[in-house]
Design a protein around this ligand. Structure first.
Ligand SMILES: NC(=O)c1ccc[n+]([C@@H]2O[C@H](COP(=O)([O-])OP(=O)(O)OC[C@H]3O[C@@H](n4cnc5c(N)ncnc54)[C@H](O)[C@@H]3O)[C@@H](O)[C@H]2O)c1
Length: 308
């Protein structure tokens, strides 16, 4: 199993590290445009191998895509992150050009790969990859919902004063502060609906804190977060590599599902060796349906800024 990660920055390096530590891939190639940067990150990570007990071989490359040839999975994290006060949508001008070039170069060397898009604005970048390269829709996946759901579970556990392992919940919709749809009606604490434990007001606060989860960290860190994003990507990569058939909310091209078409947005999917193997239809409350429609309008507005 060969995995390429484009972008050796904060998220790319964290993602490569988690993949290596989980020890399921034979090879990880990190590629960056900055001279020597990916090689340096790869060497540093390889010097963790004996300490952390993994056998994954990690190598780096400065813009040499021949090193990525025949990758089973390619992750795109290249591009600029947001600074405090910025929205993800404001990154489109620079990141669209980067994602277009990178996705074309990746498929030229790995025509049967599965691509995971991380660069923001992620739903629009996933849509752009569909418009740029010729891969079936199950092989182009946007990562956002897995991270947003992890942040939702963190906030739920905090409100419930319960361990995170006791909590389950999912966030669908667009990967933006306004677009996220935390499914509070489905969230559970060990199979009991969280509404049995938390007031409507407290649940609304959990949802609101989840939606600004990225902005809260960007304000604290001065740039966007990387540990949880890296871990979330590694979870998707592992589900595909190990054919786990796990459900994650992922951004995928919709064709009528959830009443939506011609956009990529987060919905629950089953991930296995073929990438997105099934889109799962979850019954939504009226409020969640309205929120999803509004979220889709936001994603389509950002897609409208693309020069296709
Ligand atoms: N989808 C999500 O949930 C999620 C979460 C966190 C961050 N992000 C996004 O991921 C992206 C990366 O964030 P980061 O914090 O790692 O940024 P970063 O600045 O630390 O790293 C980005 C890297 O991309 C490289 N790069 C730029 N252009 C390139 C090109 N053409 N080819 C190869 N490499 C190139 C840069 O040299 C840099 O090393 C941002 O767009 C950020 O908004 C998404």
């Amino acid at each position: 199993m060969k995995v390429t990660v484009v972008g050796a920055g904060a998220v790319g390096a964290s993602c490569a590290e988690y993949i290596a530590i989980k020890n399921f891939a034979s090879e990880v190639v990190i590629l960056d445009i900055k001279e020597g940067y990916a090689e340096g990150k790869a060497m540093d990570l390889m010097q963790c191998a004996s300490l952390n007990g993994f056998d994954t071989k990690i190598t780096g490359s400065t813009s040499d895509y021949s090193k990525t040839a025949n990758s089973d999975i390619c992750v795109i994290t290249s591009g600029i992150p947001r600074k405090p006060g910025m929205t993800r949508e404001e990154l489109i001008g620079i990141n669209a050009g980067i994602v277009k070039t990178v996705s074309s170069s990746l498929v030229a060397h790995s025509p049967n790969t599965i691509i995971i898009v991380v660069s923001n604005p992620m739903d629009t970048m996933t849509y752009l990859v569909h418009k740029t390269i010729d891969l079936p829709k199950n092989r182009i996946i946007g990562m956002g919902g897995a991270l947003d759901s992890a942040r939702f579970k963190y906030r739920l556990a905090e409100a419930l004063e319960a361990p995170i392992s006791d909590v389950d919940g999912m966030v669908i919709g667009g990967h933006s502060d306004k677009g996220m749809v935390p499914l509070t009606s489905h969230a559970t604490r060990n199979s009991i609906k969280v509404s049995e434990f938390l007031s409507e007001e407290r649940l609304n606060q959990v949802a609101a804190d989840t939606k600004v989860g990225g902005a809260t960290l960007t304000k604290l860190l001065g740039t966007s977060a990387w540990y949880a994003p890296g871990a979330a990507v590694s979870g998707l990569v592992q589900a595909i590599a190990c054919d786990q058939k796990k459900i994650f909310p992922c951004s995928t091209l919709l064709d009528g599902e959830y009443g939506l078409s011609d956009l990529c947005i987060g919905v629950p999917v089953i991930l296995g060796r073929n990438g997105i193997e099934q889109i799962v239809d979850v019954p939504l409350s009226n409020a969640e349906k309205a929120h999803m429609t509004e979220s889709a309008e936001g994603v389509k507005k950002t897609n409208g800024l693309l020069e296709l």
